[in-house]
Design a protein around this ligand. Structure first.
Ligand SMILES: [Zn+2]
Length: 332
């Protein structure tokens, strides 16, 4: 009935399946929730079930296998995946209107008759990356999708979508996975018990850090912030915070994770101060030792929030980190 390779969200997946069977699932959906909790996989499961030889998303048959490639398939008989591309990471108008992605464009694809006993599923990944022109072209179709066609817009930043797009979609909200659900996936991916505490603390109910390189980068970033608070200069401690110029992800987007980790550290230090619970258990001792050195967190929090908002304007990484690091120093 459900893809056994997919973790969590069972009540939500059950509801989606039930509404689809009753013909009560709207044609435009917005899957919103934290990064790496499986929104995309849940969207794909809806299409996968229809091509599954057992009609169950069994995960074993040829029909299911087509959905399990990495990266996921771009086009199947009932499924089209629209994703950001290039260093700027945008969904450009060529993909939506022209032939860049699929012959005739996405809108024309949506209007073709679905295969027998299937719907047409169009998954728009990282939908907050639709540029203005692409979003505007989609609006009319999202208002009234052709019968049998479902658009599923997937995003961890719903607030960054045009309000006109948001208002045309029913929002389906995803919660983080439980620590147990996330760790079960990590174990299957080869992680070992010795890493569990740190992995769970930093993953926060997501699968973002399933790749060891990503995990080690996050650990390096937490430790870099702690070093900065302890008084080390940015030039010495800041290297793990800087974007990797060779990576395919836009440099400013690479700053998002270290900034979010810093927000987490600030929340945690405040929580320690008032005797509350600490999520970052493995770093508790270090945090406790450093918490008195931190200025009241409201000041750095405001600076980090402003820095996060500025990422879309492609700021210089060094300048931005310098400003944030400065806000961690003693108040003047
Ligand atoms: Zn199957």
């Amino acid at each position: 009935m459900f893809d056994p390779g997919l973790a969590g969200h069972l009540p939500l997946r059950e509801r989606l399946r039930g509404r689809l069977e009753k013909g009560a699932l709207p044609g435009s959906l917005l899957f919103a929730g934290p990064e790496g909790v499986g929104k995309r996989r849940v969207a794909m499961e809806l299409a996968q079930r229809e091509l599954c030889f057992r009609r169950s998303a069994c995960g074993q048959c040829e029909g299911c296998r087509a959905f399990q490639s990495d990266p996921p398939p771009l086009e199947l008989p009932n499924f089209l995946r629209v994703a950001p591309e290039g260093k700027a990471g945008l969904i450009r108008i060529g993909a939506i209107r022209d032939h860049d992605l699929v012959e005739g464009g996405v809108i024309a694809w949506a209007h073709r008759a679905p295969p027998p006993r299937c719907h047409r599923w169009i998954m728009v990944e990282d939908a907050h990356r639709l540029n203005g022109a692409s979003a505007n072209i989609l609006l009319k179709t999202l208002e009234e999708p052709p019968p049998g066609t479902h658009f599923v817009l997937v995003t961890h930043r719903p607030e960054a979508l045009l309000a006109t797009i948001r208002s045309r979609c029913e929002r389906i909200s995803f919660a983080p996975l439980s620590a147990e659900e996330a760790w079960k996936v990590a174990l299957a991916a080869g992680w070992e018990e010795a890493d569990r505490e740190r992995w769970t603390a930093l993953s926060q109910g997501s699968l973002r850090l399933l790749d060891p390189a990503d995990f080690h980068r996050a650990v390096g970033q937490v430790e870099a912030w702690l070093d900065l608070v302890s008084g080390q200069p940015l030039a010495v401690a800041g290297a793990p915070l800087l974007p990797d110029k060779a990576a395919s992800q836009a440099q400013s987007e690479q700053l998002r994770q270290p900034l979010e980790l810093l927000l987490l550290l600030l929340r945690e230090s405040e929580s320690l101060r008032v005797g509350g619970e600490v999520l970052l258990g493995p770093w508790r001792a270090r945090l406790a030792e450093l918490a008195p050195r931190l200025p009241r967190p409201r000041r750095p929090q405001a600076v980090v929030a402003a820095a996060l908002r500025s990422l879309g304007r492609n700021p210089s990484a060094e300048g931005l980190l310098r400003e944030v690091a400065l806000s961690l120093g003693p108040e003047r």
